[in-house]
Ligand binder design. Structure first.
Ligand SMILES: [Zn+2]
Ligand SMILES: [Zn+2]
Length: 445
């Protein structure tokens, strides 16, 4: 069974810390810009990647794969190259021009492979095809020559049966050679039988699927070449080149995706780069760290980190609300005394009177000894509570405010609110009247 993140039981584990022996997901690691590799939140050591988690196998992405070359840039690339290839036939030095053109296609296909392997599911920029295509094609020709030579030598020295076996082996190995070349860019490494075997062995059975696709695609191109007699001859060449290039791109994309899917087995780490996964900022990383700390009941460290983040982000309501929840849950009176006024003022400036009233009630239920000494804060909470039909809290907070805070600038509005709150209870009619007399006196003064 797939192992899951220690902090998110529904997320597959994508990293492992050998020191802390914890499994974590992409969210629970420190992937700040200055860390070339993600680090452990607990011990700050580099983590071991365990693969990308839930990746759709390539055989379930066939539809998307066939749509892959249909991006505007790739389509233009296919079209222009096809036209050029058809025209090149009539120009002197055609062979050289063909080498250059096929080189561009091959180079672009290799870029598609390595881009996909890195998690980019859209084709690379066509500028990828400009430089170095010629050289890559020569390498491909050299690789074909070397493998052909090996088959030939086997044929001559070990007999035609062994030669046939070798031809089959080389055919079956060729995708592995191309994959290796796209990633390592080394011809010698790519032709090393050991590397070829390792790659096929790591991928296992799905490698056979890729081979089957290659044969199906080659077969369908061959059928097209026969059918092409129907199309007017000036266009048939363009059409055939276009179809061939299209299939070549799809195929390289599929091979790249296979590398992406089996990255762990191939000793390699990449993530889907779908635009949404822009790098997290320091705040997002800190919040992820806080959440792992809380889940490990490390409240002291979490509180410290929260304070830092609140100092850096005084306007982030969600951050403040989460800190409030933690302080409430841990009954941290000391930190609450310092934090609560800030929180109430932030709620007030965000027009969240409902939250002021509700959270004050929750605070009093959990920490009944908590006292508010600031008259302005008392007034804010009283107003919010009264708005939420909770006159009792307004009475409790504002009662005697003129004695405790005679210099409070909003004393008259506060007492007016108190009188209104007292009006809610017939038994306090005398108090309400007294309160209004006091307001009258203060007004005259
Ligand atoms: Zn996680
Ligand atoms: Zn660790």
């Amino acid at each position: 069974m797939e192992q899951t993140c220690q902090f998110h039981p529904l997320e597959p584990a994508t990293y492992f810390c050998t020191a802390c022996e914890t499994l974590c997901c992409d969210d629970c690691v420190d992937d700040a810009r200055f860390n070339p590799e993600p680090r452990c939140f607990q011990c700050n050591r580099t983590l071991e990647p365990r693969g990308p988690g839930n990746i759709e196998p390539f055989w379930r992405r066939l539809q998307q794969s066939f749509r892959y070359p249909l991006a505007t840039q790739s389509l233009w690339f296919i079209l222009i190259l096809s036209v050029l290839c058809s025209v090149a036939f009539y120009i002197p030095f055609a062979v050289l021009i063909y080498l250059a053109l096929f080189g561009s296609v091959f180079k672009y296909c290799l870029s598609c492979l390595s881009f996909t392997a890195e998690g980019y599911m859209a084709p690379p920029d066509i500028t990828e095809a400009y430089e170095g295509g010629f050289r890559k094609l020569l390498v491909l020709i050299a690789m074909l020559f070397v493998t052909g030579l090996v088959i030939n030598l086997t044929n001559s020295f070990l007999g035609s049966a062994m030669g046939g076996m070798m031809a089959l082996l080389v055919t079956l190995s060729f995708p592995a050679i191309i994959i290796h070349y796209a990633i390592s860019e080394s011809m010698i490494e790519s032709l090393n039988p050991r590397n070829i075997f390792d790659l096929i062995h790591s991928i296992g059975l799905p490698y056979g699927l890729i081979l089957a696709f290659i044969f199906i695609m080659m077969g369908s191109v061959a059928v097209l070449y026969q059918l092409v007699a129907i199309i007017p001859s000036s266009l048939d060449a363009i059409f055939l080149f276009a179809v061939t290039f299209y299939y070549a791109i799809v195929l390289h994309h599929l091979m790249g995706y296979m590398v992406f899917q089996f990255q762990t087995e191939l000793g390699y780490s990449a993530r889907l780069q779908d635009g949404s996964s822009t790098r997290r900022g320091g705040h997002a990383i800190a919040m992820a760290k806080i959440s792992t700390l809380i889940k490990q009941a490390e409240f002291k460290d979490a509180t410290k980190l929260f304070r830092e983040q609140i100092a850096l982000n005084p306007d982030k309501l969600l951050l403040h609300s989460r800190f409030f929840e933690i302080l409430l849950a841990t009954k941290n009176a000391e930190a609450m005394i310092e934090f609560f006024p800030k929180y109430i003022r932030l709620l007030e400036s965000n027009n969240r009177r409902d939250l002021i009233s509700r959270n004050y009630k929750r605070l009093m239920a959990k920490m009944p000894d908590f006292e508010i000494n600031n008259p302005e804060l008392k007034f804010i909470i009283s107003k919010a509570s009264f708005d939420q039909n909770d006159a009792r809290i307004a009475i409790k907070l504002l009662h005697g405010i003129h004695k405790k805070h005679p210099d409070f600038k909003d004393l008259i509005p506060a007492l007016t609110l108190l009188a209104e709150a007292l009006d809610e209870y017939p038994k306090y009619a005398d108090h309400a009247a007294a309160c209004r007399r006091l307001i009258g006196k203060l007004d005259d003064a």
